[in-house]
Design a protein around this ligand. Structure first.
Ligand code: AMP
Ligand code: MG
Length: 403
């Protein structure tokens, strides 16, 4: 029985939350932590910023001195980034200061260079400013000891920078789950091989390996399994040795679609047997003993989309992270749209800004086998079952195409 898209997503979340298994962790050099999930909370090793930091070039002043302007102050010296000025700025005094330099004691604001007139050591301030203007106060971004990144957070480029700034190199991350990728189908041949006219290159395994890597997992490509029960059984058993098994193809109702049968013979608990989505309807999700598997429909766009919708969030959880629900953004529909089937549809589309609004339009495509269509798209238009008819200009959901 088919589940709705939301029900299926919830099923994956629920089943993966059910396993309390924390993946083992390891310490890695910071650059290698990219794409991995943190295995420890990371705290600020000192206040951030570590001092009251000037964010403009100009003059450090006591703000109470520049309430009424213009007003003349006496320049006591200068402080540049990488240096510090130890004397206190007294009433009627100022210190020339550069962006990134610590505010001298006594001063509580920075007047921008554009708002003064300098004659020798006389500085005429032309604009009044309040306390802490053009200054980021010590500890305002993070106080020493406070957690700046939680365990389970995925390390992306921004987090790399934050980890570097708090001196966290090496850093502890969870071990990456190994994901077995098992392509099936008598017609499927290795992509390096020249196919005969009735054969198809194995593109899915390559797509899936790239998606697994992008999601933070370690792909384990397996040889193509032909559509015969015996070899498929052997391959599935082998695949279940990894942390997660992804099968491509063989999950539909065809005479030679043996994946469901084999899995059930191997004692699989089945959680999803079909989802009311297009493409990707025959999706299968379950568990054999401790190991989860997804049977992804073999049509290349179905494989791609079902990975993004269901496998990516699951993989985040197996990596020690949180369930990452796919996020839909909104755009205006460029042309009217109708559907009859009452499924949640994901269709290759392009979104671009027109007159200040994001506008989405379908790219021409021939259905769930059409990777040319996907390559022309930068998102998927998401149409929900109840949206049978949509007018041009209507706000609709789009799923950005991940990198
Ligand atoms: P299936 O889900 O096995 O019925 O396959 C559906 C469609 O996807 C068929 O047209 C297959 O030839 C195609 N297909 C299956 N596996 C792959 C693969 N690994 N790479 C590319 N296309 C595939
Ligand atoms: Mg097949």
């Amino acid at each position: 029985m088919s589940l709705s898209f939301e029900e299926a997503l919830e099923k994956v979340r629920e089943k993966l939350s059910g396993v309390a298994r924390v993946p083992p962790s390891e310490s890695v050099g910071l650059p290698s932590a990219l794409g991995r999930f943190l295995a420890e909370d990371v705290a600020a090793d000192r206040d951030y910023p570590p001092f009251h930091r000037a964010i403009r070039d100009g003059f450090a002043v006591r703000s109470s001195d520049v309430v009424g302007v213009p007003v003349g102050l006496v320049r006591q010296g200068e402080v540049r980034a990488g240096a510090h000025f130890s004397a206190t700025v007294g009433v009627g005094e100022c210190v020339e200061i550069m962006t990134g330099a610590p505010l001298p004691p006594g001063a509580d604001a920075v007047v921008m260079i554009e708002h003064v007139r300098v004659t020798g050591s006389q500085v005429e301030v032309l604009r009044s400013i309040g306390p802490w203007e053009n200054v980021v106060r010590k500890g305002s971004e993070a106080a020493v000891g406070s957690v700046v990144l939680r365990r389970g957070r995925r390390v992306m480029s921004g987090e790399i920078g934050l980890l570097a700034s708090v001196g966290r190199d090496p850093v502890r991350v969870f071990r990456q789950p190994e994901v077995a990728i098992l392509p099936t189908g008598d017609e499927v041949v290795p992509h390096e091989q020249k196919p005969q006219w009735f054969q198809i290159r194995n593109s899915n395994a390559l797509t899936l390996a790239a998606q697994v890597r992008a999601a933070g997992g370690r792909p384990r490509p397996m040889p193509i399994a032909p559509d015969d029960e015996e070899s498929l059984r052997r391959s599935v058993r082998e695949g279940l040795e990894s942390d997660l098994l992804l099968l491509s193809g063989g999950v539909s109702m065809g005479k030679y679609d043996f994946v469901r049968k084999i899995l059930s013979e191997l004692g699989a608990e089945s959680f999803i047997q079909g989802v009311a989505i297009r493409p990707g309807k025959p999706l299968v999700f379950g568990r054999v003993a401790e190991k989860f598997f997804f049977g992804l429909p073999g049509n290349p766009v179905s494989t791609y989309v079902t990975f993004e919708l269901f496998v990516r969030p699951a993989l985040a959880m197996l990596s020690g992270g949180e369930f990452l629900r796919p996020v839909f953004l909104r755009a205006r529909l460029g042309k009217p749209f109708r559907q009859k089937h009452g499924l949640t549809a994901f269709m290759p589309a392009r979104v671009e800004t027109r007159d200040g609004d994001p506008v989405v339009e379908l790219v021409g495509w021939q259905g769930s086998g059409d990777l040319v269509g996907v390559a022309a798209a930068n998102c998927f238009l998401v149409v929900h079952p109840e949206q049978m008819e949509l007018a041009a200009g209507a706000w609709v959901d789009v799923l950005p195409r991940p990198g």
